[in-house]
Design a protein around this ligand. Structure first.
Ligand code: C2E
Ligand code: CA
Ligand code: CA
Length: 307
């Protein structure tokens, strides 16, 4: 609508409401259908892409806020006496609909999205809150192993997380062990050097998890001042089955003795495996033979029975 400033008239042009589409449809039917078709297609595609990329991450974020990630505890026993020397903290997702979800189903996603760092932080806090009231019943220096991803080692925040964890216990009552998987090696930089130095000063120990499945060098083990090697369960499973794997297992044990590293064998399920490992001088054992991962109350109850 255009009104004249000098004369008392105005010009109006246009189409009645809804007429534009009908006009387009009548004059350019092919173009019109094409525009509508591609419009709808682009809309659907954008919606699908957005949903696909953000839905699982949103779900993890929601679960983190709702405290659905909880610690389970699996005992680690001394090879010589079979006494409980510590435990490994294993994350579980207590999903409101799906029930208890195993970590291999959601940890990779948490790692990709970076949510693994706040999730681990929350797990450390829950672990401290749940175990601290029972700390007096642990043998002194009780080892608490926590799985840490390489991403968490990129800055110094991990030092504070560990400090906070240790502050929940009487001094010297527990030893925190960070388990770093060998499949995901950390780049040695100035920051990581400072980080690992600060961690060792706190008394935090470092274990290389799933040892034998990755490719860490001797230099690597020395660089990060590693304290323990955790032999991957695939090697333990082959005890008594295959001479080559046993040879690898024996070499790992020999290596750890030479480097003066503690050694933990994972996935010990049979008495035969246990006897073999003890005869080879393995310091610590972990597996279903001694106990499955349990929620805190059951873990503490079993602790009483064993000792
Ligand atoms: P992992 O660190 O190698 O943990 C040991 C896995 O072996 C656990 O599986 C444990 O339940 C299982 N296991 C223990 N004893 C036996 C046995 O005698 N036989 C067999 N067949 N399996 C045994 P889980 O709890 O399902 O955890 C799987 C993996 O998920 C862990 O492997 C670890 O890599 C990862 N994970 C668990 N919790 C966390 C966490 O808090 N943070 C991170 N970053 N990763 C985690
Ligand atoms: Ca582990
Ligand atoms: Ca492992």
């Amino acid at each position: 609508r255009l009104a004249s400033e000098r004369y008392r008239y105005s010009v109006e042009a246009g189409m009645p409401q809804g007429e534009v589409w009908r006009y387009m449809q009548a004059r350019y039917p092919a173009l019109f259908s094409l525009v509508v078709f591609f419009g709808i297609l682009a809309g659907l595609l954008a919606h699908w892409l957005q949903k696909r990329s953000s839905a699982p991450t949103h779900e993890l974020q929601r679960a983190l806020g709702a405290n659905e990630f909880i610690p389970y505890f699996q005992p680690v026993v001394r090879g010589d006496t079979r006494q409980w020397a510590g435990c490994e903290v294993l994350m579980r997702w207590r999903h409101p609909k799906e029930g208890l979800v195993r970590p291999d189903l959601f940890i990779p996603l948490a790692e990709d999205s970076g949510l693994i760092v706040p999730m681990t932080r929350a797990l450390l806090r829950q672990t401290a809150a749940q175990l601290a009231p029972h700390a007096a019943r642990f043998s002194p220096g009780f080892h608490i192993g926590v799985n840490i991803t390489a991403r968490h080692c990129q800055d110094m925040a991990l030092v504070q997380d560990c400090q906070e964890f240790l502050a929940a216990f009487p001094p010297g009552q527990v030893t925190l062990v960070l388990e770093l998987t060998e499949r995901e090696l950390i780049e040695p930089t100035e920051t990581t050097r400072r980080l690992f130095e600060a961690l060792h000063q706190l008394g935090v120990m470092i274990a290389i998890d799933d040892f034998g499945t990755g490719h860490s060098s001797l230099g690597y083990l020395r660089n990060f001042n590693v304290d323990y090697l955790k032999i991957d369960q695939s090697f333990v499973a082959m005890i008594g089955a295959d001479a080559l794997s046993r040879h690898i297992l024996d070499s790992i044990i020999e290596l750890s003795v030479k480097l003066d590293l503690g050694i933990v064998a994972e996935g010990v399920e049979t008495a035969q495996q246990c006897e073999y490992l003890v005869a080879q001088g393995v310091d610590f054992l972990q597996g279903y033979l001694f106990g499955r991962p349990l929620p805190c109350d059951e873990f503490i109850k079993s602790l009483g029975i064993v000792e």
